[in-house]
Unconditional design. Sequence first.
Length: 288
Amino acid sequence: MNTAQLYTHPMNLYPQRIKEEGIVVFDDVRELPTGDEPFVSSDYVICIGHRGHIELMYDDLVDYSEQRTVAVIFPNHCLRKVSVTDDYLATLIIVDASVLNDPMLQIINQMRYRYEPHPNVKLDRHEYKMIASVVDGMREIKRLELSDRRMLMSRLLEFLLRLLSRYRESRLNESHTDKQVSIRFHNGLAQHFREHRDVGFYASQACLSTKHFSAIIKHETGQTAAYWIHRHIVREAKMLLHMRHDLSVQAIAYMLGFSEQAAFSRYFRRETGLSPSEFRDASRLPSS
């Protein structure tokens, strides 16, 4: 279709604007920035689906965006398009990592354990209108001076995320018991992964046998509990190696609960095929 070939994704058009403004709203989004190719963002992305449907591979899981669905996507996750309808339309809120220096936006990191395993929240009509009204406010302040705009955008973003968390919490309270087990597992994992990497610990936290707990997690998420534990550790390691160049590999190893750098390096290489230093060097290379 010729019109699709002419479409250029706003994240490709305005990377410098994202860096300068910190928080940017892009409307009329119809595709991934890379089309059919895998896409990994170094920014935080909030996607608000207005109409149509796009099916994606989110890391190793099938996910989607559709009407009245909001996704909170953290950096360094791989997205690949599976299919998209011709009428798909979304708004993106792009948040540069530098914005997290704002103490008021620490809520983003607090949300991490909730949204990384399951990034989507399906809204009802009232909830969708409330989120849309906050985004309207973010559009309205774009005429202000940059310093004032960044401050107000941060406050509105915080409000939007708190609204979204409240809506998500109401969904969890309505969830099936097994769903509650997988959510509590991911919550506990974010708190305890530095000290506990064995499935048995998280099963005991849920007051279940390891076998029963493992079966629930596999049924609910499509992956084993051990998979999620390793994925969480590796993702935290990648984030620190990529973002915290002020920290040595040894310091990162200690932050992640490894007793020595050598043990961390062996673990990271086994899971990724690269040493921590090789991954850090590769993440510094400019994109072609």
